[in-house]
Design a protein around this ligand. Structure first.
Ligand code: BMP
Length: 262
């Protein structure tokens, strides 16, 4: 099964896309399957936290529209740090519109973010729009990818089993750009060539006041089947984000090693 296979083996599968290979390779190089969600409110904080957690992460996840003062220079600094510390940048935009609109929105994001998230609500034509943007530029081909939201971590969300099934189908139709699914259970992703990204991870809390549900790193990797885990406030709001990132990174990676070795 997917969860028993190592990232090395999965990256060598014929159907694994170039950008997905790049992610697997990066996790193995850094021994990190930690994605940090830098959910802060100013550009200064964004760069400050990124500098601190950079050495420990495979992906830095942003909600850039929630951050004030972000300029071209901010995005350039972010890209420089991504190079320096060897991580990918993912804009968690959760695009959800018709193909043409998504294309317009993605034209801006594609310049600085390696990865982007989308909801599958509008169906396959939205993915086709993204594909067109990527195909327009040779340098982007194989260097840009999409995570599709298949499940949400919050209480009361409206996603049904049927929606999940259709989402998986779409992910398989656009395998050259879809690197994986954002989901909460180990039985959603059918193919070892796709990556399971799972948010809702916290060592100290089991929920927040707005419906977010948390599990600890072991549960997320072993029970929920996450390949890469997303941690936001557990790291960003810690008194020492670097130390917290290191702790999460080691716990998550050791659990992944445990998962694939027995
Ligand atoms: P935190 O660990 O602070 O709860 O942050 C979780 C992050 O993951 C947030 O940026 C949120 O937007 C994102 N996220 C989530 O929490 N649940 C999902 O189902 C999908 C998400 O992208």
């Amino acid at each position: 099964s997917r969860t028993k296979m190592g990232f090395n083996e999965r990256s060598e599968l014929l159907e694994t896309s170039k950008i997905t290979q790049k992610i697997f390779k990066l996790t193995l190089e850094k021994k990190s399957n930690l994605c940090v969600a830098v959910d802060v409110d100013t550009a200064d904080k964004l760069l400050d936290i990124t500098e601190k957690v950079g050495p420990y992460i495979c992906i830095l996840k942003t909600h850039i529209d929630a951050i004030s003062g972000v300029t071209e220079a901010t995005l350039n600094s972010l890209k420089l740090m991504a190079k320096q510390y060897n991580f990918l940048i993912m804009e968690d935009r959760k695009m959800a519109d018709i193909g043409n609109t998504v294309k317009l929105q993605y034209n801006k994001i594609v310049k600085w973010a390696d990865l982007v998230t989308v909801h599958s609500i509008s169906g396959g034509m939205m993915l086709k729009g993204l594909q067109e943007v990527i195909n327009e530029d040779k340098d982007l081909l194989g260097n840009r990818g999409v995570f599709i939201i298949a499940e949400l971590s919050c209480d009361g969300n409206l996603i049904s089993q049927q929606y999940i099934k259709e989402t998986v189908k779409i992910s398989e139709e656009y395998k050259d750009i879809v690197v994986g699914l954002v989901c909460q259970s180990d039985d959603v992703i059918p193919s070892p060539s796709l990556i399971q990204l799972t948010p809702g991870v916290n060592m100290k809390n089991s929920e927040d006041s707005l419906g977010q549900k948390y599990q600890n790193p072991s549960d997320v990797i072993l029970t929920k089947g996450a390949d890469i885990a997303v941690v936001g406030r557990g790291i960003v709001q810690d008194d020492n984000p670097a130390e917290a990132a290191k702790l999460y990174k080691e716990w998550l990676w050791n659990t992944y090693i445990e998962r694939v070795s027995n």
